[in-house]
Design a protein around this ligand. Structure first.
Ligand SMILES: C[S@@+](CC[C@H](N)C(=O)[O-])C[C@H]1O[C@@H](n2cnc3c(N)ncnc32)[C@H](O)[C@@H]1O
Length: 250
């Protein structure tokens, strides 16, 4: 296995049994949906970068409509299918193993595009431009994006994110990308930091403890990097985090 593949495998091993593979919160998602008034009764839904399916299962349950769930990790998708079976809603989940940058779907066929913590893989602007043609007329996109909350960012935060995500922006820059990519911003809502700790970092920390004695060198470096990421967030959470962008295709 190539070094990069081993790194991805270590990340998958650390995250596979977690409810979420990134920060999020069901109550918060419910709140976001409550703000959207313009969806058809049986919306055509996609969850892009779905991981093991926290968003997919939530949306399938909520709308009783089929969700196209896209991820390039077969392991996450089979975990999603198992979870859907346990809830007896597997008929509402279409698991699609592919690259989110390469969706060969018919244009204008998605009424609700959902993507939590995954758009950064294409950059926020890249994701908007790539996915916009998929949106049905007046379709709604809900995309969570890691971004700065302020224009003044402390040096350690800037240095960290410059390396980890060089195209990271702030909310007003991202709103400009949305406007220039064929979307109208309906709202921008920050995921509370409590959701990071309760639903993501907390359970992830338990998994890190269980891999603490692993002899896998790459797993050890993934754990060390994740600890650094957590320390940074603990100290600087008011300067950055996930914002949920609610957008209408115009
Ligand atoms: C931070 S996780 C978020 C997962 C899920 N949305 C959640 O909130 O629990 C990002 C997901 O994007 C997937 N991913 C990364 N790059 C991808 C790509 N190019 N195509 C498809 N999926 C990708 C990863 O496998 C991972 O499941």
């Amino acid at each position: 296995m190539e070094e990069q593949d081993k790194y991805i495998q270590a990340l998958i091993n650390l995250h596979i049994d977690l409810e979420r593979q990134g920060p999020g919160d069901t109550n918060f998602s419910n709140h976001i949906l409550s703000l959207i008034k313009e969806l058809p009764v049986n919306p055509r839904i996609a969850d892009i970068g779905c991981g093991a399916g926290a968003g997919t299962l939530f949306l399938a349950d909520k709308f009783k409509s089929k969700v196209r769930a896209v991820d390039f990790s077969r392991e996450f998708l089979s975990e999603l299918i198992n979870r859907a079976k346990q809830r007896r809603i597997e008929h509402l989940v279409e698991a699609i193993e592919c690259d989110m940058g390469n969706l060969d779907w018919k244009p204008a066929t998605i009424d609700l595009l959902w993507s939590e913590g995954a758009a950064y893989n294409l950059t926020f602007e890249g994701a908007l431009k790539t996915w916009r043609p998929l949106m049905a007329a007046n379709g709604i996109a809900v995309i969570s994006e890691m971004n700065y909350f302020t224009t003044e960012v402390p040096e350690p935060v800037r240095v960290y994110w410059q390396k980890a995500y060089p195209t990271i922006g702030n909310e007003s820059e991202n709103a400009n990308y949305a406007n220039s990519s064929g979307f109208e911003i309906l709202g921008i809502h920050r995921l509370p930091s409590k959701a990071w700790w309760d639903n993501y970092y907390g359970p992830l920390r338990e998994n890190m403890n269980s891999f603490k004695h692993s002899e896998d060198r790459i797993m050890q470096s993934v754990i060390k990097e994740t600890e650094e990421e957590m320390k940074l967030f603990e100290k600087y959470e008011k300067y950055y985090g996930y914002s949920f962008y609610i957008m209408k295709a115009v």
